[in-house]
Each structure stands twice: as C-alpha cells, then as structure tokens.
Design a protein around this ligand. Structure first.
Ligand SMILES: NC(=O)c1ccc[n+]([C@@H]2O[C@H](COP(=O)([O-])OP(=O)(O)OC[C@H]3O[C@@H](n4cnc5c(N)ncnc54)[C@H](O)[C@@H]3O)[C@@H](O)[C@H]2O)c1
Length: 255
C-alpha cells in the first residue's frame, strides 16, 4: 500500500516545476493520492500548464488567499472534483520587495501588512475555508523558513514566518478536537521563484551545504516534499503543532 493511497489532497502554491508544491503534488500522486491544485489571477494559466507535467491530471481551482469571495467559494469549487479532503498543503508566501533585502528598518506598515496577510494569516484563512471538506479529520501542512532567528535579507518575511509558525500552533489547538492536525516543515533554502525574488538570498543559501551535517542541495526540493507527504499520511497520527526541520541539520548546529 502506498503512503497516501485513497487520500484526496488540496495543494496550493504550484507556480513552476521548481515550486516546492509541485514536488509535493507529484509525490502525493505517486503515493496514491488524488490531487487538486489551487492558483490565482494571471498565474492560473501557468499552473494549469505546469499541472500537465504531473504524473496524473490535476484540476486547478481558483484561490487568492486574500480574497474573501474565493475563500467562501473554495469548498464548493473543490466539491466539483471531490466530496471531501484528507489533507491541505499551504505552500504560499509573498512579501513586497520593499520589506525584503536588507532594509528592515525602512519597512512600512502597508507592505508589512501585505506580507503578514498573504504569508501568515492565510494559513488560518485556508484551513477555515477547507474545514467543511475535512469532516473526517485530516492534515494541514505548511512550509516555513525557521523563524526562531534573524536571517540576512529575509527581513519582514522572517517576521511573517514567525507569525505563520504561531498561527499553526493556534490552529492545532482549535482544529485538534475536530481530528485535524496542523504541522509545518521548516525547509532549508530551495531555488524557487519565491526564493529568487528575495534580493541577496544567495547570502542565506551560501554555505548551507557546508554547515549541514547531512549536506544540502539548494536545487533539490525532494527532501522537503517527502516530509510534507509524510505529515499528510497516517504515520503522524498524534503529531500536531509541530515543526519538522528539513534543512540537512543546520538548525541544530551552533556553527
Ligand atoms: N524556497 C525556499 O528556500 C523556501 C524555504 C523554506 C520555506 N519556503 C516556503 O515554501 C512555500 C512555497 O514557496 P516556494 O519556495 O515553492 O516558491 P514559489 O514561488 O514556487 O511558490 C510560492 C507560491 O505562493 C503563491 N501565492 C502568492 N501569493 C498568493 C496569494 N495571494 N494567494 C494564493 N497563492 C499565492 C504563488 O502563486 C506561488 O505559487 C512558501 O511558503 C515559502 O516561504 C521556501
């Protein structure tokens, strides 16, 4: 029996075939799941095109996590393809350039607010929008970049990730009684559109491989995607509010 046999998983965040979410969707299908994707705006067509590179067809439902109408319509839009969900993957992040790249002190609230809404509050928005479909319980998994420390150039995205991590714990508290687990994977740096859009992110990527006891390949999203698939599976039945580090071990090293 494959890891995700018989499960139906909603995967947000497939933009290119470098997206972490693309590899989550691919692995989920390979492990027996039915996958439904979400995308929005001008990226919708891109996601539809990229979806053709998955092992099996995957419908794409429109969802901008900042759009209340999309959130309200999500459950019905998914029901066109499946009568319930077993898992939801949050693989979404965005911050305006003005609050990234090493100019933390100049950050303005309007741009910080955008980063927080898209990158942190959206975990609550997505989980609540999907909850009617998770009536039999399930697993919500998100992606973070270890927010317990300050990084070069990550700036207000780092603050948004700290809020995201805290949000996951409060969701774990409130959704646990409904049989819904909420966990995060703290990935090391992976070369994706989001990572490339952070000016100077090479400063964070550089040396990761040397610092990681297990080594680290910034062009390999597979270890991260595997951890997401594992958390979506039935093999973490008593784990919620957790952050699993998939970073080659860097988080545990002093130097
Ligand atoms: N790449 C890394 O180094 C790294 C490391 C740790 C964690 N992460 C996290 O992984 C997740 C996925 O990012 P990625 O690196 O695969 O990059 P990516 O650019 O491929 O994916 C980011 C996704 O966010 C989506 N998005 C942005 N605004 C949205 C909105 N308003 N509504 C819905 N979707 C929206 C985009 O469409 C895109 O698909 C993000 O949360 C990111 O912070 C990335």
């Amino acid at each position: 029996m494959a890891l995700l046999d018989g499960k139906t998983i909603l995967v947000t965040g497939v933009l290119t075939d470098h997206s972490i979410a693309f590899h989550v969707a691919r692995l989920a299908q390979q492990e027996g799941a039915q996958v439904i994707l979400t995308s929005f705006g001008r990226q919708l067509r891109l996601t539809q095109a990229i979806a053709k590179r998955l092992p099996a067809p995957a419908p794409v439902v429109e969802l901008d996590v900042t759009d209340d109408a999309h959130l309200a319509a999500l459950a019905d839009a998914v029901r066109v393809h499946a009568d319930h969900l077993d898992g939801v993957v949050h693989s979404i992040g965005f911050a305006p350039q003005s609050v990234l790249g090493g100019n933390f002190l100049a950050g303005q609230w309007a741009d910080v607010a955008t980063a927080l809404q898209v990158s942190a509050f959206s975990l609550k928005s997505l989980a609540v929008a999907a909850q009617p479909l998770l009536s039999g319980g399930g697993s919500v998994v998100g992606l973070t970049f270890d927010a317990s420390v300050a990084w070069p150039v990550y700036d207000w995205m780092g603050v948004a990730k700290a809020a995201f991590e805290s949000t996951s714990r409060y969701l774990a508290r409130d959704l646990g009684p409904h049989g819904i687990r909420v966990n995060l994977v703290a990935a090391g740096p992976v070369k994706t559109t989001a990572a490339k859009s952070i000016p100077g992110f090479e400063a964070v990527e550089g040396g990761w491989d040397e610092r990681a006891p297990l080594g680290w390949d910034v062009s390999d999203p597979e270890p991260t995607a595997r951890a997401v698939a594992a958390l979506l599976s039935d093999w973490f039945p008593a784990t919620t509010g957790e952050i699993v580090h998939v970073d080659g071990g860097v988080h545990a090293m002093g130097m």
